[in-house]
Write a protein that binds this ligand. Structure first.
Ligand code: ZN
Length: 289
């Protein structure tokens, strides 16, 4: 299980959401068989989706973050529900590139920097809300803060980290998102800047056995924060046979008749790798309403 905590400053002008996502990112590595740099990239994107999706108002709301920078990873997608549970997909799960000049996994090298990051919020309205920005760094956290500043006019600080073991398992994964509301005073912003400068890295703090709550408190140190939420989150796919049937039905009669010529029709979920099988009789049954 992962864990999300959300804190608010006493004057209610700053909110920090923080996530310990080691179990979620471990699941990503297991399901998709990702190489180290892709575990880091998809892990960071998933944490970002979770931190932004957590707290959407409706229980059926969802948030999708999609990035494609023209790099060897291809497109990466992460989808969060309003509880912060997340699922993810990457076009090319195995990318082997050298470490970057800082000796770290080269996420920007895998994702690429020539492309866009988009966020789609499905709030149960007729048309989902969507915003898109050009990639600024390809390291993801910076791209998220750029998106929030540009598309949603919310100044924010985002940190996302994934530490991968030499055997490709996940050692630590965590991140935080500090969002500053428009009425925040300059002194509050100064305090946050001071706090951020003191923070090393989320994965290092987690590795040093700090809890995600302690890390979140550190970001709002001096602002007398209170805990708003504290939830367990996990890698969770909402696919089901019923949903697959709805999707198949939408293909229309002609397509279904054609499919019924195959001995087995197999539908594959890209997020959790589950396979749904249908025989010709079952496919034909979908043609009558
Ligand atoms: Zn699935």
């Amino acid at each position: 299980m992962g864990r999300i905590v959300r804190l608010i400053s006493r004057d209610a002008s700053v909110v920090t959401s923080a996530i310990d996502a080691r179990d979620i990112v471990s699941e990503i590595e297991k399901i998709h068989g990702t190489s180290a740099v892709i575990t880091a990239a998809l892990g960071r994107l998933s944490m970002a989706a979770s931190l932004m999706g957590f707290g959407l108002k409706g229980k059926d709301d969802s948030l999708t973050v999609r990035i494609n920078g023209g790099g060897p990873s291809g497109t990466l997608i992460a989808v969060s529900d309003s509880f912060g549970n997340v699922r993810a997909y990457v076009q090319n799960p195995i990318v082997e590139i050298p470490l970057n000049s800082a000796g770290k996994l080269d996420v920007a090298g895998a994702v690429g920097i020539d492309g866009t990051l988009s966020v789609i919020k499905d709030l149960g309205l007729k048309k989902p809300y969507s915003g898109q920005v050009s990639i600024v760094s390809g390291e993801i956290a910076e791209d998220i803060t750029n998106y929030l500043a540009t598309s949603e006019q919310v100044p924010s600080v985002c940190a996302l980290g994934v530490l991968v073991n030499p055997d490709l398992t996940v050692s630590e994964a965590g991140g935080f998102l500090i969002q500053v509301l428009p009425f925040a005073e300059d002194t509050v912003i100064d305090i946050i800047e001071r706090n951020i400068n003191k923070i090393t890295s989320v994965t290092k703090m987690l590795h040093d056995k700090m809890t995600i709550e302690e890390i979140a408190f550190q970001t709002l140190d001096g602002l007398e924060p209170n805990v708003l939420d504290d939830f367990e989150v996990s890698y969770k796919c909402d696919c089901s046979r019923e949903r697959v049937i709805t999707a198949l039905r939408s293909l229309g009669e002609r397509e279904l008749f054609e499919m019924s010529n195959d001995k087995t029709t197999e539908v594959f979920c890209h997020f959790c790798k589950k396979r749904y099988k249908f025989n010709p009789t079952e496919i034909l049954a979908l043609t009558d309403k």
